[in-house]
Unconditional design. Sequence first.
Length: 560
Amino acid sequence: METTVRKNFIYELIDRDNETGRFEGRVHTRFPPEPNGYLHIGHATSIILNSTIAKHYNGKFNLRFDDTNPAKEEQEYVDSIVADVRWLGGDFEDRLFFASDYFQQMYDWAMALVKKGKAFVCDLKADEVSRLRGAPGTPGQESPYRGRSIEENVDLFTRMKNGEFPDGSRTLRAKIDMAHPNINMRDPVMYRILHAEHHRQGNKWCVYPMYDWAHGLEDSLEKITHSICTLEFEDHRPLYDWFLDQLGIYHPQQIEFARRTLGNTVTSKRKLLELVKTGRVEGWDDPRMPTVAGFRRRGYTAGALRAFCDEVGISKVPGVSDIWVLENAIRGELNRTAPRAMAVLKPVKVVIDNYPEGQAEEMTVLNNPEDPAAGSRKVPFTRELYIEQDDFKEVPPKKYFRMTPGQEVRLRSAYIVKCVGVDKDASGNVTAVHCTYDPATRGGDAPDGRKIKGTIHWVSARHAFPAKVRLYDALFTVREPEDVPEGEDYKKNLNPNSLEVVEKALLEPSLKDAAAGTRWQFERLGYFFADPKDSRPGAPVFNRTVTLRDAWAKIEQKTA
C-alpha cells in the first residue's frame, strides 16, 4: 500500500525515471554506514529518507556496512547500527550486507582496470600525492610512476595484495586526467596498503579499497537504483560514474541532498568520539548525545524522529535545524500518549494544620486529560505534603498565583488551601509551610464558585518514595558550537549545566512500579522516561525527555 509522504526533488527524479522505464520501474535504496561510531541524527535522516522512499514505491531497502577501514571499525558499532536502523523502522528484511564480502570482486575489477591500462601502482607518499594534485584552476602533475607498464603494475598490485610491502609505501591509483577541472578525477587512489585485522575478514587482506572506488561497486552489485547521499559527494559523482563506465557494469543513479545539522550539538563522529573518550559524556548513548542511541535512552520515540525529519524536509540547501523543532515533535506525541503522575524534585514541606492527624484519603486523579480512555488512578493525601520550592514564595513577585501567605491555591485534584505561616531554621530558611484547607473543596473546586488562579502539584509525605531523576539540557550553549575562530576549541561551548541530577526526588507511590522504558508526564515539570539501563524493579531512574513548554524561541529572540 502506498504511504503518505511529503515529496521532495528526489521523488521527482525517481518519478521521472519510472516514467521513462529506467531501472524497469524498480526502486531499490540503501543506507551504507561505516561502522566506526554510533549513528547520529544526520544518519537518522538518511535512514528515514531511504527506507521511506523504498516503502512508498513498493521497492527494497538495504543496510550495507562500508567496512573498508579496519583501523577504526568495531563489532560494537555494527551491532548498535543494526539496532538503530531497525528501531527507526528501516526494514531491510534479510538484506544485511557488508562491503568486505565484496573485497575479492572489487580486487578483481581493480586488476581488470590495471590490465586495461586504466590504473597504476604509485610509490608516492600520501603528502606527495596531495601536493601534486594541484588546486582548483591549477592542473596537477603526473606521478613519475604513472608510465609503468601493465605487466609491472599487475606484478606490483598482486604483491601489494600478498602483503609484501609496508603500510603507506604504495597505492593503486586510477589513470584519468591530472588536468581535469574536478580534482577528484586527478588520478584518485583506489587502494592503500594496511596491515590491520578486519573485524570480519581477519588478516586475509593487506590492501583495502578507498570509499570512492568501493561505493559505486557496492551499489552495482546490489542492483541499487538510486544511490542517495549527502551533498559533499556531488563532486565525486563523475568519479562514481567513471569507474562504473570503465568496468561496463550495472550503473545506479547517484542523487545528493544537503545535510541539515541540529542546533546546540555536533554531529562529527570524530568529535562525538572525542566527547566519549574524554569523559565529557557518559558514553555514546548518553541522553545528551545527538546519537540515535542517546535519543532513545532519553525517551524519544522513532515516530518523533520521523516527524522531525518530515518537518525539516529534504533540499539542496544546507542548514541548521533548531533544537525546538525536534523537541516539539516528541512533545506533541507524548502529550497525547504519556500518563500523568506527580513528582516533586525540590521539596518543601507543607503542613495542613486543620487536617486530621493520621488521616489519609485517596484522591481520584486523571491519568491523561488528552485521552479519556486512559482512566484515572488513586493518589494518597495526608496532613503533611511536599510541594516544589518554586511553588512557594514568602514575598511573591507580581502576578504570582501559587502558594504565598494569605493567598488560596488549589492542590491538584485535592483541596483548596491557604498559607497561614511558615517555620524557619536559625539561618532564616523556610523548613515548613503551614496551611489550612477548605473541606468543602474536595476534588479541587470551590462550591461557592470562587476563582482560584493557581494550581500546584504535591505528594504525600508519608507515601512518597525517593528516586533519582536526571534533568538534561542542550549539550552546547550556542546554536552552532563548531563555528569558532581558527585555533579555538569547539569544546569551549560545552554547556556546564547540561545535566543536573536530583538524587532524591519525591514521587507519588504509583511511580514506584514504573517499568523500565515507560514514558510519563510529571505534572508541570516535563516528560520523563524510566531509564532502561539503570532502572530496577521498584527503583526506577527517570530521565527528563523534554520540558512541557518550548523555551528556545524566547531565548533566541533575546539573543538575536
